[in-house]
Write a protein that binds this ligand. Structure first.
Ligand code: DGY
Length: 319
């Protein structure tokens, strides 16, 4: 039987690529450069399936130029804000994502960012590394303690719950806002707030775990930063679109926000060059899910979805 033709847009884990090569007629972009609009359009004529990452943008304009061959976009990501879902659906192209398997890795990065932002990781690392550490004082690099502090989580889905579980281990008092109140088994005692505004008022630490949609663009704007307790710490491992970056810098300048930990930016790759002046913005280059175990699990989950689709079944993660 002829194997379906599959294009893999980026350098996925070795285990994923081996399995893909066994089961599909696969072409891998070993250059590992993001697929352009022209690449995606060309691929839609030549391949039955694509496994892309969030670096490939399936806009309505691109999808409108697709050929007839492409049947499924099996994303290697949980976020699908890079896909115009109605446009793909209108073309009859199935779309899947990879939920669950990256929740712990992303929650770990959120914890790293929260602690690093609260405890001056950027400045501390630099003064030791550069040999500039020439004195010590009890007034030196005094940070903000997480133990016993109130943590506000926006988006109590899988990643939000995984982060809450880790924060519980640090003795934090957990509050959340979500479109719907989650079950008690999922909340594990976290207190529900039915509005973002109510949550912000108690968020000594705030962590964003909701998707980027037209409704959540600039969710954290100047009005909302002003609602946080004085000296709050803000963490974002979800999407850069959620934060008005100028408003964040203004909130840091005014002291409303003490520090931020960011894995996501409005412009990626690259980030916001203006953030470089702020030692109290601890930054990472969108690596929340970048562990060996999680990369394998994401790749396998994308392949599981493809396997189901080509067996004539509904993929488990069909959107
Ligand atoms: C995701 O899965 O959405 C991560 O941000 C990596 O793409």
């Amino acid at each position: 039987m002829t194997k379906p033709r599959l294009w893999i847009t980026r350098r996925l884990s070795d285990a994923t690529l081996e399995r893909a090569a066994r089961d599909y007629d696969v072409v891998v972009n070993y250059d590992d450069t993001p697929g352009s609009a022209a690449d995606l359009i060309a691929a839609s004529h030549e391949f039955d399936a694509i496994i892309p990452c969030h670096s490939e943008h399936f806009t309505a304009e691109v999808v409108a130029q697709f050929g007839e061959r492409l049947k499924i976009v099996a994303n290697h990501s949980v976020g699908v804000d890079h896909c115009d879902l109605p446009a793909l659906k209108a073309r009859g192209i199935a779309v899947t994502n990879t939920p669950d398997v990256l929740s712990d890795a992303t929650a770990e990065i959120a914890m790293l960012l929260m602690l690093g932002a609260a405890r001056h990781a950027v400045a501390g690392d630099r003064i030791v590394r550069t040999g500039a550490w020439d004195s010590w004082s009890p007034a030196f690099m005094v940070g903000k303690q997480v133990t016993g502090a109130r943590l506000g989580i926006i988006g109590m889905g899988r990643v939000g719950q995984a982060f809450a579980a880790k924060a519980r281990g640090f003795g934090m008092d957990i509050h959340y806002h979500n479109r719907r109140q989650v079950s008690e088994a999922e909340a594990q005692g976290a207190q529900f707030h039915d509005t973002v505004e109510s949550l912000l008022g108690v968020a000594d630490f705030l962590s964003l775990h909701c998707p980027a949609t037209p409704d959540t663009v600039d969710l954290m704007n100047s009005e909302r930063f002003a609602m946080l307790p004085q000296g709050a710490v803000v963490v974002n491992t979800a999407r850069g679109a959620l934060i008005d970056e100028d408003a964040l810098m203004a909130a840091i300048d005014s002291g409303q926000v003490m520090a931020a930990g960011l894995d996501c930016f409005k412009v990626e790759p690259g980030g916001n060059p203006d953030f470089a002046a702020y030692d109290n913005i601890f930054m990472l280059p969108h690596i929340g899910s970048a562990t060996t175990r999680t990369r394998d699990a994401m790749g396998f989950r994308a392949l599981d979805n493809l396997d189901a689709f080509f067996k004539g079944e509904t993929p488990g993660d069909k959107l």
